[in-house]
Design a binder for this molecule. Structure first.
Ligand SMILES: [Zn+2]
Length: 101
């Protein structure tokens, strides 16, 4: 998980470093992506999605609890999440996309 500069390919761990570098390369660095979590989130969604476990995992506790008591929002929520994860559009609580490597 790091900010990456598309221009020079450098990685930055903190938001501060990223901001300082934006001026240097004259680019806007994208939000951090959590590539290594993608498969974990996908598997949690498939096997434990009706209990909202994949949502707990990414920090979305509120909807996780909702899923837990409604069997994945009556299965519809889990199905939508499954598609969202597959298309690299699923986000964690901070809004960072969880994308495939
Ligand atoms: Zn750069």
């Amino acid at each position: 998980m790091a900010y990456k500069c598309d221009k020079c390919g450098k990685n930055f761990k903190t938001e501060k470093e990223a901001e300082a570098h934006e001026k240097k390369c004259n680019v806007v660095l994208t939000k951090p992506h959590y590539q290594k979590d993608w498969l974990v989130v996908l598997l949690l969604c498939i096997f434990l999605g009706v209990l909202g476990v994949h949502r707990f995992y990414v920090g979305k506790i509120g909807t996780g609890i909702l899923y837990f008591f409604t069997f994945g929002f009556f299965g519809i929520g889990v199905l939508i999440d499954f598609i969202t994860i597959l298309t690299n559009s699923f986000t964690n609580k901070r809004g960072d996309f969880i994308i495939r490597d």
